[in-house]
Each structure stands twice: as structure tokens, then as C-alpha cells.
Design a protein around this ligand. Structure first.
Ligand code: ZN
Length: 180
């Protein structure tokens, strides 16, 4: 025998009417859009299958209040139940147009190379390297010490990034700092 709930669930493709998550029958209940208390009928046209928790929340609110609840979710409706609250799988990351420079990238919570360099330069106070050549070898040693990529190309791109961020000003062979 097919129940009202079975019929509604089938018509909805086995999904909750509101959150569109797969809805096991044990978690499902019949929601009367116009509540029975407000004169709503049992017809399929007035009924949807949805998560029990949401049905409970909507209760016998007016259809206006219900619409407001749905609209307030701004298109990303989550039913207030554990069955429906499972996070959607994270979207697969869009392929980056260009591979980020390893030296500028912070990976798994480690400080990025540029953060290491900035921290080191701040620590040095007045004894910061005054020449590009010294700065280059200082950064190289620091990155090596932290087992970061430390090729000449990495260091050139690091110094370029420092300049772009306004932390370092290079004039000919001389370096000055705006570390704040
Ligand atoms: Zn739901």
C-alpha cells in the first residue's frame, strides 16, 4: 500500500522538498503548506514531503511566514536537522590559470616563505642587509634553514613580491625597508 508520504517522496525524487537532500522515509514527514489548522487540505497540491525537523519548525505558521523562512535562506536552504545538515562535498577547486609560486604559497599551516622573510627582516632591526646581494644571500640562507625552495629564481620572485607589497624598496643595488 502506498501512503501519502510515499507518493510525495516519489514525486520529489526521494528528496526533501526544501533542502533537496536525499530524504529517507524515516526522516520524512508530510508538510501541509497551508497548515491544517489554517484550513489547508490533505491534497497533494497542498502537501510536500520534507525533513521532520523542518516540518516541526514550520509548524502551523502562515504560508507567508513559511515563505519568509525559505527566502531568508537565500537559495542555500538547509533543513534544521542532522539528517539534512551534512555538509555538501566541497567543490573541486577551479584550476588556477597560472601555478602559484611555491615560495609565495602558504601550505598546510606552515608560514609561507615570504612571511618567514618578513619576520626575519623585522627581527634584524637596524642590521638588515643594505644591498640586494646581501639580502639575496640572507633570504637564501633563511629559506634553506626552513627547507623551503631557495633557488635564485625563487628569491628573485620573493624580492619582487616584497617590493610589490611595499615592504622593500630597491634602488640600484641598495635596499631600504618599510616593514612598519
Ligand atoms: Zn530537508
Amino acid at each position: 500500500m502506498t501512503t501519502h508520504l510515499d507518493r510525495l517522496l516519489f514525486a520529489q525524487g526521494g528528496q526533501c522538498f526544501f533542502c533537496l537532500k536525499p530524504l529517507p522515509k524515516a526522516e520524512a514527514s508530510v508538510e501541509h503548506l497551508v497548515a491544517s489548522a489554517n484550513g489547508g487540505t490533505n491534497d497533494d497540491g497542498n502537501c510536500v514531503a520534507c525533513c521532520k525537523a523542518l516540518n516541526h519548525l514550520l509548524g502551523s505558521k502562515s504560508i507567508k511566514e513559511k515563505m519568509q523562512i525559505v527566502l531568508n535562506q537565500r537559495g542555500n536552504f538547509q533543513c534544521p536537522s542532522s539528517a539534512c545538515a551534512q555538509p555538501a562535498p566541497p567543490p573541486s577547486p577551479a584550476p588556477a590559470a597560472t601555478a602559484p609560486k611555491a615560495a609565495l604559497q602558504s601550505t598546510n599551516g606552515n608560514p609561507s616563505a615570504i612571511d618567514l622573510v618578513l619576520a626575519d627582516l623585522k627581527k634584524r632591526g637596524a642590521s638588515r642587509p643594505r644591498k640586494v646581494a646581501t639580502l639575496t644571500s640572507t633570504i637564501k640562507a633563511l629559506l634553506k634553514q626552513h627547507q623551503k625552495p631557495n633557488t635564485d629564481a625563487e628569491i628573485v620572485s620573493l624580492i619582487a613580491e616584497l617590493q610589490k607589497r611595499g615592504k622593500v624598496i630597491v634602488t640600484d643595488t641598495k635596499v631600504s625597508y618599510r616593514l612598519g
